[in-house]
Design a protein around this ligand. Structure first.
Ligand SMILES: C[S@@+](CC[C@H](N)C(=O)[O-])C[C@H]1O[C@@H](n2cnc3c(N)ncnc32)[C@H](O)[C@@H]1O
Length: 264
């Protein structure tokens, strides 16, 4: 792996003070992989909607409510939403209900720190739906019970709700001393991240089960690794390592290095 040489005296380098800085910089430049995930799952979503979506559950209001959780501020979410809406419309038309097409309401969700204004200024002028922004963590309730017909979340739910406590605890065997990520860390560190993921995913699914209309659909696209493959082999983890080795010299104190783990 090649570590880029950074000129720390350059005025162009902004000191990294928080994880949020890193996440924003990273997410702005890395939207092509998430886009590929959305493109790759389009066919699967089409087939699932054609086969499974129950069009009778929204007959009274004739409104279909879709949420994209962890939508970010780029245009990937617009593509995902467009694919879903086209698939639903196709289902209506194929059932001979072409004249009774429903209205669509789309909720774009991300953390409150994300600037959804940016996304809303990119909305197409000829929109097929009514759009609303819902800011806040998807690890808590965001929507009324039984209100959503289609929940979508792509390459977002692998972000944990928090860095596991032990990883930042100097007295714990899982202390991830001086590192910002778990790939290439000791087994105890990896186990702590896995346990946090299990807890978060359990919570995520329980909350979504309340929000979704009974029998309707959720598509979760998550990063994964081949069974048994070391985490360090994962392409994105290599990017995180590169980030780690590039950014660590910019962090001035050991204290801040250790309060700086990536929750992903
Ligand atoms: C890799 S981006 C993917 C964005 C988009 N879904 C796409 O496919 O391009 C992950 C997004 O998840 C969001 N995210 C992470 N944790 C979250 C949470 N707890 N609640 C809501 N959004 C979250 C991040 O802010 C980020 O915008």
């Amino acid at each position: 792996m090649i570590t880029p040489k950074l000129n720390l005296n350059s005025k162009k380098i902004t000191p990294i003070r928080s994880l949020r800085h890193v996440r924003h910089a990273f997410l702005k430049t890395d939207s092509s992989l998430p886009r590929k995930a959305i493109e790759a799952t389009k066919e699967l979503i089409n087939k699932t909607i054609a086969k499974e979506l129950d069009v009778n559950t929204f007959s009274s209001s004739n409104t279909i409510r879709i949420a994209d959780l962890g939508c970010s501020v780029g245009t990937n979410t617009l593509l995902a939403v467009k694919n879903i809406i086209n698939a639903v419309q196709h289902k209506f038309q194929s059932q001979g209900n072409g004249t009774k097409l429903p209205e669509f309401q789309v909720f774009f969700n991300d953390q409150a720190s994300n600037d959804l204004n940016h996304l809303f200024t990119s909305l197409p002028s000829e929109m097929q739906y009514l759009a609303a922004g819902v800011l806040g963590s998807f690890y808590r309730r965001l929507f009324p019970k039984n209100s959503l017909h289609f929940i979508h979340s792509s390459t977002a739910a692998h972000w944990l709700s928090r860095v596991p406590e032990e990883v930042e605890d100097k007295s714990s065997p899982a202390w991830n001393k001086g590192k910002v990520h778990y790939s290439n860390s000791r087994a105890e560190v990896i186990k702590a991240f896995e346990a946090q993921f299990a807890k978060d995913m359990d919570n995520f699914l329980k909350i979504r089960a309340q929000e979704i209309v009974h029998g309707e659909l959720m598509v979760l696209i998550l990063r994964g690794s081949l069974n048994g493959a070391p985490h360090a082999n994962d392409y994105i983890n290599k990017v995180y390592e590169l980030l780690e080795s590039s950014l660590t010299p910019m962090i001035t104190s050991t204290k801040s290095t250790n309060s700086w783990s990536l929750p992903s």
